[in-house]
Design a protein around this ligand. Structure first.
Ligand SMILES: [Zn+2]
Length: 462
């Protein structure tokens, strides 16, 4: 009798524990979800400065069409793991600057390189940055100083911006989906001058518009990060602007007051917005892209579970056989402009180091936010990478190019064989010693497969 009373007291006690502790634990898993914060800062230069992207410009900037922005989105999962996506209305951030920014973010906020994507829209109406494509711009000492000062201020702004995004995090919901729009044209396989007479446009292309929506827990949009694979080269004049990606961000922020719209460039190295060269065309493409994003925002998007995994590595990509010293001396003597300064710089490198550079540390990165896979690659990545990665990992993945370093074009094996600007001559523009080696595509794809395994991203094909 006594025992059974004790048993019943004990079982009541355990029942009490079960009902009062278990629901509390459940409550915790339900309410502990994403947290997200967003911050923005104007980065339009305050003084006249040389503009990036075209070697043919012959003087510095003349005012501003629309402001340039840097924006940061900080995201934290249920376990407290953070990532930060930084987008900028810039041509591209070179390695030295990117390393300094990411080192500062590591020191100040404890984020590793795997947790940071530092991207650029590739606008061709932004400022030249320190150490970026210096061979193609005829900068005098005064201009170099303006560029140096702007670059140094920009680094500080981006680091501070990251801190602001992290400290403004609030409980949030994340969802993602791909939309579609089609104003970009494969610039290698179509002729710009005769485009209007063409009834069929040649590919390859990727028309996806990846969209990441961040809302507060009541469903109000805080931020939208979106992309497209197409050069931001509608405009080539002397006023600052974010080109079509800038106008797309402006439109979305107009249609959804209070949100921060952020653009990341895709694998658009061989894609141009055509026709081009007028402000109304840049505005038109901006509105087209914004409309594609807005459609996605208004449909059911895939809700992402609050779980982040990340991986980052730098792989040594090899160059093919470089020119000999004699060949370089001949080029230096017989050419002008960027070819001459390229040859002079290679000879100087040779004198100092005894041989030319044979490899380059190329950054690749994978994020998994819930079930959304994001693959970020450095450099001017051609569209074939996006197509092949989607074949391998499914059509819903997001591919970001121009991320963490803009060192050169990244051609596919086919484009490397074909040559032309993206496969060969752009290497001189970027100050590289030679063409990439023929295993470039293989190496990059293999490393992305490795990072996919580390982040739990499944292949849909083998
Ligand atoms: Zn480019």
């Amino acid at each position: 009798m006594k025992n059974s009373v004790l048993r019943s007291v004990f079982s009541s006690f355990f029942l009490f524990l079960f009902f009062y502790i278990t629901p509390a634990a459940d409550q915790q898993t339900i309410t502990k979800g994403w947290r997200a914060g967003v911050a923005r800062v104007v980065i339009t230069p305050l003084e006249s400065i040389w503009m990036a992207g075209y070697g043919s410009r012959d003087h510095a900037s003349e005012g501003t069409l629309v402001d340039l922005w840097a924006k940061a989105l900080a995201i934290e999962d249920a376990k407290g793991k953070k990532v930060v996506l930084i987008t900028t209305d810039l041509l591209g951030i070179p390695k030295a600057m990117s390393d300094r920014i990411r080192n500062q973010i590591a020191v100040k906020y404890g984020l590793t390189r795997a947790q940071i994507i530092l991207s650029s829209s590739h606008t061709h109406t932004g400022p030249v940055l320190m150490d970026a494509l210096f061979d193609i711009y005829p900068l005098d000492v005064k201009q170099v100083e303006v560029v140096r000062k702007y670059s140094s201020d920009l680094e500080k702004k981006i680091v501070a911006l990251t801190g602001e995004a992290i400290s403004s995090m609030v409980p949030a919901l994340l969802s993602s989906q791909n939309g579609v729009t089609r104003f970009q044209v494969n610039r290698r396989n179509n002729t710009e001058a005769t485009l209007t007479n063409q009834t069929v446009l040649n590919g390859p292309n990727d028309y996806s518009v990846p969209v990441l929506k961040v809302t507060d827990t009541s469903g109000n949009i805080l931020a939208v990060a979106f992309g497209y694979a197409c050069h931001a080269t509608v405009l080539n004049f002397y006023q600052f602007s974010g080109d079509y990606p800038g106008f797309a961000q402006i439109e979305l922020e107009k249609w959804h007051p209070g949100i921060t719209a952020m653009f990341f460039q895709g694998a658009g190295a061989d894609q141009n917005p055509l026709p081009r060269r007028t402000v109304p065309l840049a505005q038109q493409y901006g509105r087209e892209l914004a409309a594609a994003v807005d459609r996605v925002l208004n449909e059911d998007m895939v809700k992402l579970e609050p779980f982040i995994s990340t991986a980052y590595s730098e792989i040594n990509l090899s160059f093919s056989a470089p020119p000999s010293k004699e060949e370089l001396m001949k080029i230096e003597k017989e050419t002008t402009g960027y070819q001459k300064s390229w040859a002079a710089n290679q000879l100087e490198f040779l004198r100092r180091n005894g041989s030319l550079r044979t490899t380059y540390p190329y950054p690749v990165q994978v994020w998994k936010l819930g079930n959304q896979t994001i693959m970020a690659l450095g450099g001017e990545v051609v569209v074939q990478y996006s197509i092949d990665l989607k074949k391998l990992f499914g059509p819903d993945i997001f591919v970001i190019g121009y991320a963490n370093d803009e060192m050169a074009y990244i051609p596919s094996e086919t484009i490397l064989k074909e040559g032309g600007y993206e496969g060969e001559s752009s290497q001189m523009v970027y100050g590289m010693p030679a063409k990439w080696n023929s295993d470039i595509e293989l190496k990059i794809m293999e490393e992305l497969k490795n990072l996919a395994v580390k982040t739990g991203v499944k292949q849909v094909a083998h």
